[in-house]
Design a protein around this ligand. Structure first.
Ligand code: ADP
Ligand code: F6P
Length: 353
């Protein structure tokens, strides 16, 4: 078999480097030259071929396995949604004698992979996103790491909250998926979790739940909010409400974790009549830039090896996943059509206690 290529696309995720390292080791075993494509589909636009393609040898890929981020770099490349751009990318790959491409990324990246496959380039997808929003697989590279980063952060936050008897709002990533928030809340004993899958929610209902914790003697609740949940909040006059309390808010400002903590401060009251003084933390990129946990890294290793084996055996248009602890592969279109059931029971349980 001739040359193969690999790229990482979308948001970087812990485990991407581990997968690339495994791909390099496996390709070397079969004597398949391996090309690393720089910055996702951007590297296939043909703008800077000198820089966009690197030969990945065992020597430069071996030490990647435990590194955070993605050494191949990544990007969001809007042009790649255009058919003419995809046709050109397929031509570039063919001209380089690339006989197969491995794409590590999320659902958007997989759509790019499917498009290239339609252009005659055999492609294999490895799920790489912290969001865990690919329904066909029980895990995606980086989700476990992101949750562990959030759990560590929330544990520290709860220690301080406990010392000061103050509630805390913690915002975690996940785009439209609330899995990071849900797992973080369940793992840390957080009292309230808000996820986009829960449909509409409102400030007063959360304030009532926080007040009920206070009434029961818990002055240090943690409220974990998935970033995607803000858009699911029922209309609330943030500007009007907070300016009435002397808080500076611009009229166009949208709700944030910090504003939300300020709103809750004025909607809840402590037994002594004082305000609970909630604080807020947005965990942000530390979730994405962490070194992969053993769970993510071992999945990445297995997935990298499987991807090369699939190409080696002439397979294409497949994506790799994990089900009941076992690695598997399936057709990309079937995988992308899967609908993820949200664990509403766990969500309701956390919020009910
Ligand atoms: P993720 O892969 O994590 O879901 P994005 O949704 O940002 O991240 O997608 C990553 C990249 O995949 C995009 O920047 C674009 O280059 C490519 N992509 C996304 N959607 C499509 C599509 N419908 N067709 C072709 N390429 C796509
Ligand atoms: O898809 C990964 C992710 O980190 C999401 O959780 C988040 O919404 C998004 O990427 C942020 O993207 P960026 O800051 O890179 O534009």
């Amino acid at each position: 078999m001739s040359k193969i290529a690999v790229l990482t696309s979308g948001g970087d995720s812990p485990g991407m480097n581990t997968a690339v390292s495994a791909i390099a080791r496996c390709a070397a075993l079969y004597d398949m030259p391996l090309i690393g494509v720089d910055r996702g589909y951007n590297g296939l636009l043909g703008k800077n071929p000198e820089k966009d393609f690197v030969h990945l040898t065992l020597e430069n890929a071996l030490d990647m396995a435990d590194q955070a981020g993605t050494r191949l770099r990544t990007a969001r490349c809007v042009e790649f949604k255009e058919k003419s751009v995809q046709e050109n990318a397929a031509k570039i790959l063919r001209d380089m004698d690339v006989a197969g491409l491995i794409v590590i990324g999320g659902d958007g990246s997989f759509q790019g992979a499917r498009a290239l496959c339609e252009q005659g380039i055999p492609t294999i997808g490895i799920p790489g996103t912290i969001d865990n929003d690919l329904a066909y697989t029980e895990m995606t590279l980086g989700f476990d790491t992101a949750v562990n980063v959030c759990v560590d952060a929330v544990r520290s936050i709860r220690a301080t909250s406990r010392s000061h008897d103050r509630p805390h709002v913690v915002e975690v990533m996940g785009r439209h998926c609330g899995d990071i928030a849900l797992m973080t809340a369940a793992s840390t004993g957080a009292e309230i979790v808000i996820a986009p899958e829960a449909d509409q929610w409102n400030v007063d209902e959360v304030a009532r739940r926080l007040q009920s914790q206070i009434n029961r003697g818990n002055y240090r609740s943690t409220i974990v909010v998935a970033e995607g949940a803000w858009t699911m909040m029922e209309d609330f006059d943030l500007h009007g409400y907070l300016t009435a309390y002397g808080v500076r808010v611009h009229e166009d400002d949208k709700i944030t974790a910090d504003y939300f903590a300020k709103v809750l401060n004025h909607k809840c009251v402590m037994p002594d009549g004082n305000r609970p003084e909630p604080r807020a933390t947005v965990i942000g990129y530390t979730q994405r830039g962490a070194r992969p946990t053993a769970r993510d890294a071992s999945f990445a290793f297995e997935a990298g090896v499987m991807a090369v084996n699939l190409l080696h055996h002439g397979m294409s248009n497949r994506v790799i996943g994990m089900r009941l602890g076992k690695i598997f592969h399936e057709d990309i279109t079937t995988a992308l059509a899967a609908k993820r059931p949200f664990n509403r029971q766990l969500y309701n349980t956390i919020n009910a206690l």
